[in-house]
Design a protein around this ligand. Structure first.
Ligand code: SAM
Length: 226
């Protein structure tokens, strides 16, 4: 437990976190916060776990790592056990976007000024949430794995998020403004796979039609910047 291994997804999350105080919500094995402390990316950490099995696992791994003094494990739902202003940043990873959005909605004034989110499905609802709740999208990664995993770093900021300037909004919300500008081979494959999957399903009035138009708009951006 000295330096627990992280998969590529959590390595990408780790690289987007640097804070004096950080909370990992839904930590399970606690590998991410243990590495954050070991590497000096975080000075003090808090883990929040909802379920008894993962809570016990997190407590055991933190004790084995000898980090009990600087990494506290708390039982609870989302940001419930975190006091307002207690942490500078938080990560919520490895869950569906709907679950993450629910955790953010319930957090209210407990939300810290920086968030690193990694949903296991479409991040569009989280990007939309950020635009409506005063967070700007500062960085994004797309990581190859069982499927392409998006990782988003959000920071509280005033005004319109400049990341979306000059891009078709639906495509940027679905595929990510920074990711569209970067135009990686992985994103191109994901967008093209969506075009191929949605083409036979699309018809006027169907959701697949709107999704196909979004995928085509994203593909046009990628082609333009090639
Ligand atoms: C699939 S695991 C992901 C673990 C780790 N974050 C990762 O990315 O590998 C999801 C964890 O979140 C916890 N969880 C789900 N909803 C939660 C909530 N509302 N508050 C705290 N923990 C939650 C679950 O108990 C589970 O341990």
């Amino acid at each position: 437990m000295n330096r627990p291994p992280l998969d590529a997804r959590l390595e990408a999350v780790l690289a987007l976190i640097r804070a004096e105080t950080h909370a990992d919500i839904g930590s399970d094995h606690a590998h991410l916060p243990i590495r954050l402390l070991r590497e000096g990316r975080v000075g003090r950490g808090v883990i929040v776990e909802l379920n008894p099995g993962p809570l016990a696992l997190a407590r055991r791994n933190v004790a084995r790592a000898g980090l009990g003094e600087v990494l506290e494990v708390r039982a609870g739902d989302g940001f419930g056990p975190i006091a307002p202003g207690e942490v500078e940043s938080a990560s919520v990873t490895g869950m569906g976007a709907g679950t993450i959005a629910g955790i953010l909605r319930r957090a209210g004034e407990r939300l810290p000024p920086a968030l690193v989110l990694q949903p296991n499905d479409s991040p569009a609802p989280l990007r939309a949430w950020a635009r409506e709740h005063g967070y700007h999208l500062r960085a994004e990664r797309l990581v190859a794995g069982y499927w392409p995993y998006p990782v988003l770093r959000l920071e509280r900021a005033a005004g319109e998020d400049p990341a979306y300037r000059g891009l078709p909004l639906a495509a940027a919300l679905r595929y990510g403004p920074h990711l569209l500008r970067a135009g990686s081979a992985l994103l191109r494959r994901q967008v093209w796979a969506d075009v191929v999957r949605l083409t036979p399903l699309a018809a006027p009035g169907r959701t697949a039609q709107t999704e196909l138009e979004t995928a085509r708009a994203a593909f046009a951006v990628l082609e333009e910047r090639r």
